[in-house]
Design a protein around this ligand. Structure first.
Ligand SMILES: [Zn+2]
Ligand SMILES: [Zn+2]
Ligand SMILES: [Zn+2]
Length: 242
Protein backbone atom coordinates (compact mmCIF):
# COMPACT_ATOMS: atom_id res chain seq x y z
CA UNK A 1 0.00 0.00 0.00
CA UNK A 2 1.35 3.41 -0.95
CA UNK A 3 2.87 5.19 2.04
CA UNK A 4 2.45 2.27 4.46
CA UNK A 5 5.28 1.09 6.71
CA UNK A 6 3.53 -1.97 8.17
CA UNK A 7 5.38 -5.28 8.31
CA UNK A 8 3.51 -6.71 5.29
CA UNK A 9 4.30 -3.68 3.14
CA UNK A 10 7.97 -3.83 4.22
CA UNK A 11 8.13 -7.64 3.97
CA UNK A 12 10.89 -9.21 1.87
CA UNK A 13 8.69 -12.26 1.17
CA UNK A 14 7.85 -11.89 -2.53
CA UNK A 15 4.38 -13.34 -1.83
CA UNK A 16 3.56 -10.13 0.08
CA UNK A 17 4.05 -8.07 -3.11
CA UNK A 18 0.59 -8.09 -4.58
CA UNK A 19 -0.64 -6.67 -7.86
CA UNK A 20 -4.36 -6.37 -8.54
CA UNK A 21 -6.44 -9.58 -8.76
CA UNK A 22 -6.74 -11.43 -12.06
CA UNK A 23 -6.34 -14.98 -13.38
CA UNK A 24 -5.09 -16.40 -16.65
CA UNK A 25 -6.60 -19.74 -17.65
CA UNK A 26 -5.11 -22.04 -20.24
CA UNK A 27 -6.72 -25.30 -21.35
CA UNK A 28 -4.79 -28.36 -22.53
CA UNK A 29 -5.84 -27.64 -26.08
CA UNK A 30 -4.52 -24.08 -25.83
CA UNK A 31 -7.55 -21.86 -25.24
CA UNK A 32 -6.34 -18.89 -23.18
CA UNK A 33 -8.65 -16.68 -21.16
CA UNK A 34 -8.11 -13.76 -18.88
CA UNK A 35 -10.49 -12.99 -16.04
CA UNK A 36 -10.53 -9.20 -15.55
CA UNK A 37 -8.13 -6.61 -16.91
CA UNK A 38 -6.94 -4.56 -13.95
CA UNK A 39 -4.47 -1.67 -13.91
CA UNK A 40 -1.57 -4.14 -13.57
CA UNK A 41 -2.45 -6.15 -16.68
CA UNK A 42 0.62 -4.98 -18.60
CA UNK A 43 3.05 -5.69 -15.77
CA UNK A 44 1.45 -9.09 -15.14
CA UNK A 45 1.49 -10.10 -18.80
CA UNK A 46 5.19 -9.19 -19.03
CA UNK A 47 6.08 -10.90 -15.75
CA UNK A 48 4.25 -14.17 -16.49
CA UNK A 49 4.66 -14.46 -20.26
CA UNK A 50 1.02 -13.92 -21.20
CA UNK A 51 1.37 -13.22 -24.91
CA UNK A 52 -1.94 -14.32 -26.40
CA UNK A 53 -5.48 -14.22 -25.01
CA UNK A 54 -8.58 -15.47 -26.87
CA UNK A 55 -11.04 -13.48 -24.74
CA UNK A 56 -11.38 -11.52 -21.50
CA UNK A 57 -14.25 -12.25 -19.14
CA UNK A 58 -15.21 -9.74 -16.46
CA UNK A 59 -16.44 -10.23 -12.92
CA UNK A 60 -17.57 -6.58 -12.59
CA UNK A 61 -16.56 -3.05 -13.55
CA UNK A 62 -14.66 -1.73 -10.54
CA UNK A 63 -11.46 0.15 -11.36
CA UNK A 64 -9.18 -2.58 -10.00
CA UNK A 65 -10.72 -5.05 -12.50
CA UNK A 66 -10.98 -3.06 -15.75
CA UNK A 67 -8.47 -0.20 -15.84
CA UNK A 68 -5.88 -2.16 -17.82
CA UNK A 69 -8.07 -2.49 -20.90
CA UNK A 70 -6.10 0.00 -22.98
CA UNK A 71 -3.17 -2.45 -22.98
CA UNK A 72 -5.28 -4.90 -24.97
CA UNK A 73 -3.87 -2.96 -27.97
CA UNK A 74 -0.82 -5.18 -27.81
CA UNK A 75 -2.88 -8.40 -27.92
CA UNK A 76 -4.75 -6.91 -30.89
CA UNK A 77 -1.49 -6.49 -32.81
CA UNK A 78 -0.03 -9.84 -31.81
CA UNK A 79 -3.21 -11.72 -32.76
CA UNK A 80 -4.33 -9.43 -35.59
CA UNK A 81 -7.93 -9.29 -34.37
CA UNK A 82 -10.23 -7.49 -31.98
CA UNK A 83 -10.47 -8.73 -28.37
CA UNK A 84 -13.83 -10.25 -27.35
CA UNK A 85 -14.94 -9.01 -23.91
CA UNK A 86 -17.65 -10.90 -22.03
CA UNK A 87 -19.43 -9.24 -19.10
CA UNK A 88 -22.89 -8.64 -17.71
CA UNK A 89 -24.84 -5.62 -19.01
CA UNK A 90 -24.00 -3.40 -16.02
CA UNK A 91 -20.29 -4.06 -16.43
CA UNK A 92 -20.41 -3.50 -20.21
CA UNK A 93 -21.98 -0.09 -19.45
CA UNK A 94 -19.17 0.69 -17.03
CA UNK A 95 -16.56 -0.30 -19.61
CA UNK A 96 -18.21 1.89 -22.27
CA UNK A 97 -18.29 4.85 -19.85
CA UNK A 98 -14.82 4.44 -18.37
CA UNK A 99 -13.29 3.96 -21.83
CA UNK A 100 -15.43 6.53 -23.62
CA UNK A 101 -12.58 7.47 -25.97
CA UNK A 102 -12.46 3.90 -27.32
CA UNK A 103 -16.13 3.89 -28.32
CA UNK A 104 -16.29 7.51 -29.54
CA UNK A 105 -16.18 7.61 -33.35
CA UNK A 106 -14.64 11.11 -33.11
CA UNK A 107 -11.48 9.90 -31.34
CA UNK A 108 -8.44 10.28 -33.63
CA UNK A 109 -7.08 6.79 -34.35
CA UNK A 110 -3.46 8.00 -34.59
CA UNK A 111 -2.38 7.04 -31.07
CA UNK A 112 -3.84 3.56 -31.41
CA UNK A 113 -7.00 2.38 -29.74
CA UNK A 114 -7.76 -1.03 -28.32
CA UNK A 115 -10.14 -2.96 -30.59
CA UNK A 116 -12.79 -4.41 -28.33
CA UNK A 117 -15.90 -6.49 -29.10
CA UNK A 118 -18.46 -6.47 -26.33
CA UNK A 119 -20.65 -9.50 -25.58
CA UNK A 120 -23.30 -9.62 -22.85
CA UNK A 121 -23.23 -12.67 -20.60
CA UNK A 122 -26.74 -14.07 -20.27
CA UNK A 123 -25.92 -17.63 -19.26
CA UNK A 124 -23.23 -20.24 -19.86
CA UNK A 125 -21.12 -19.56 -22.95
CA UNK A 126 -18.20 -21.12 -24.79
CA UNK A 127 -14.79 -19.80 -25.83
CA UNK A 128 -12.70 -22.27 -27.81
CA UNK A 129 -13.13 -25.58 -26.01
CA UNK A 130 -13.96 -23.95 -22.66
CA UNK A 131 -17.50 -23.82 -21.31
CA UNK A 132 -17.83 -20.91 -18.91
CA UNK A 133 -20.61 -20.87 -16.40
CA UNK A 134 -21.39 -17.52 -14.73
CA UNK A 135 -21.94 -17.82 -10.97
CA UNK A 136 -23.84 -14.83 -9.55
CA UNK A 137 -22.37 -13.65 -6.21
CA UNK A 138 -22.91 -10.71 -3.88
CA UNK A 139 -20.35 -7.86 -3.82
CA UNK A 140 -22.05 -5.78 -1.15
CA UNK A 141 -25.50 -4.89 -2.45
CA UNK A 142 -24.50 -5.49 -6.04
CA UNK A 143 -24.70 -8.83 -7.78
CA UNK A 144 -21.60 -9.53 -9.85
CA UNK A 145 -20.25 -12.66 -11.55
CA UNK A 146 -17.95 -15.41 -10.47
CA UNK A 147 -17.11 -18.06 -13.04
CA UNK A 148 -16.94 -21.82 -13.14
CA UNK A 149 -14.89 -23.58 -15.80
CA UNK A 150 -14.87 -27.35 -15.42
CA UNK A 151 -13.82 -28.14 -11.86
CA UNK A 152 -12.35 -24.66 -11.27
CA UNK A 153 -14.27 -21.65 -9.91
CA UNK A 154 -13.13 -18.07 -9.41
CA UNK A 155 -15.14 -15.97 -6.96
CA UNK A 156 -13.37 -12.68 -6.31
CA UNK A 157 -14.94 -9.55 -4.78
CA UNK A 158 -17.47 -11.72 -2.98
CA UNK A 159 -19.31 -10.86 0.23
CA UNK A 160 -21.97 -13.53 -0.08
CA UNK A 161 -23.15 -16.43 -2.22
CA UNK A 162 -26.88 -16.47 -3.08
CA UNK A 163 -28.68 -19.74 -2.36
CA UNK A 164 -29.38 -20.15 -6.08
CA UNK A 165 -25.65 -20.19 -6.85
CA UNK A 166 -24.65 -22.95 -4.43
CA UNK A 167 -25.72 -25.77 -6.80
CA UNK A 168 -23.21 -24.38 -9.34
CA UNK A 169 -20.34 -24.95 -6.90
CA UNK A 170 -20.45 -28.72 -6.38
CA UNK A 171 -17.60 -31.13 -7.15
CA UNK A 172 -14.86 -28.50 -7.52
CA UNK A 173 -11.19 -29.39 -7.57
CA UNK A 174 -10.12 -25.77 -7.03
CA UNK A 175 -11.98 -22.66 -5.88
CA UNK A 176 -10.53 -19.16 -5.57
CA UNK A 177 -12.34 -17.05 -2.99
CA UNK A 178 -12.18 -13.42 -1.90
CA UNK A 179 -10.78 -12.77 1.62
CA UNK A 180 -9.92 -9.12 2.24
CA UNK A 181 -8.86 -8.99 5.90
CA UNK A 182 -9.79 -10.11 9.45
CA UNK A 183 -12.33 -7.37 10.15
CA UNK A 184 -15.72 -7.54 8.44
CA UNK A 185 -16.13 -5.42 5.30
CA UNK A 186 -19.38 -4.49 3.53
CA UNK A 187 -18.34 -5.74 0.07
CA UNK A 188 -15.74 -8.47 0.67
CA UNK A 189 -15.56 -11.69 2.69
CA UNK A 190 -13.51 -11.42 5.85
CA UNK A 191 -11.00 -14.22 6.41
CA UNK A 192 -13.46 -16.05 8.69
CA UNK A 193 -16.33 -15.71 6.21
CA UNK A 194 -14.13 -17.01 3.42
CA UNK A 195 -13.07 -20.01 5.53
CA UNK A 196 -16.73 -20.78 6.26
CA UNK A 197 -17.67 -20.52 2.57
CA UNK A 198 -14.68 -22.70 1.67
CA UNK A 199 -15.91 -25.33 4.12
CA UNK A 200 -19.39 -25.37 2.62
CA UNK A 201 -18.09 -25.45 -0.96
CA UNK A 202 -15.78 -28.32 -0.03
CA UNK A 203 -13.44 -28.03 -3.03
CA UNK A 204 -10.28 -30.12 -3.11
CA UNK A 205 -8.24 -26.94 -2.65
CA UNK A 206 -9.23 -23.35 -1.81
CA UNK A 207 -7.04 -20.36 -2.65
CA UNK A 208 -7.83 -16.97 -1.12
CA UNK A 209 -7.32 -13.77 -3.10
CA UNK A 210 -7.83 -9.97 -2.92
CA UNK A 211 -6.15 -9.80 0.52
CA UNK A 212 -5.06 -6.42 1.85
CA UNK A 213 -1.92 -5.79 3.91
CA UNK A 214 -3.72 -6.86 7.09
CA UNK A 215 -3.02 -10.45 6.00
CA UNK A 216 0.71 -11.22 5.71
CA UNK A 217 1.27 -14.31 3.56
CA UNK A 218 3.31 -16.68 5.70
CA UNK A 219 1.79 -15.93 9.11
CA UNK A 220 -1.78 -16.10 7.76
CA UNK A 221 -1.21 -19.40 5.92
CA UNK A 222 0.03 -21.01 9.15
CA UNK A 223 -3.35 -20.68 10.79
CA UNK A 224 -5.59 -21.64 7.88
CA UNK A 225 -7.46 -24.95 7.79
CA UNK A 226 -6.14 -27.84 5.69
CA UNK A 227 -6.74 -27.38 1.93
CA UNK A 228 -7.11 -23.58 2.33
CA UNK A 229 -4.19 -21.28 1.53
CA UNK A 230 -3.51 -17.73 0.36
CA UNK A 231 -2.84 -17.32 -3.33
CA UNK A 232 0.07 -15.15 -4.44
CA UNK A 233 1.14 -13.41 -7.63
CA UNK A 234 2.52 -15.86 -10.14
CA UNK A 235 0.96 -18.93 -8.49
CA UNK A 236 0.24 -21.67 -11.03
CA UNK A 237 -2.39 -24.29 -10.31
CA UNK A 238 -3.21 -27.42 -12.31
CA UNK A 239 -6.85 -28.43 -12.31
CA UNK A 240 -7.68 -32.01 -13.25
CA UNK A 241 -10.97 -33.01 -14.72
CA UNK A 242 -12.32 -36.40 -13.68
ZN1 LIG B 1 0.85 -1.88 4.97
ZN1 LIG C 1 -15.01 -4.74 -6.64
ZN1 LIG D 1 -11.70 -5.78 -6.50
Amino acid sequence: MIGCECSTCRSDDSRDRRLRPSVFIQSDSGTRLLVDAGPDLRAQALAYGVTRVEAIIFTHGHADHILGLDDVRRFNSVMQKPMPLHADEVTLGEIRRMFGYVFDAQTPKGGGLPQLELYAIEGPFTIGDQRIEPVPIWHGKRQILGFRIGRFAYLTDCSGIPESSWPLLGDLEVVVLDALRERPHPTHFSLQEAIEAAGRIGAGRTYLTHMCHDLPHAATCERLPAHVTLAYDGLRVDVREH
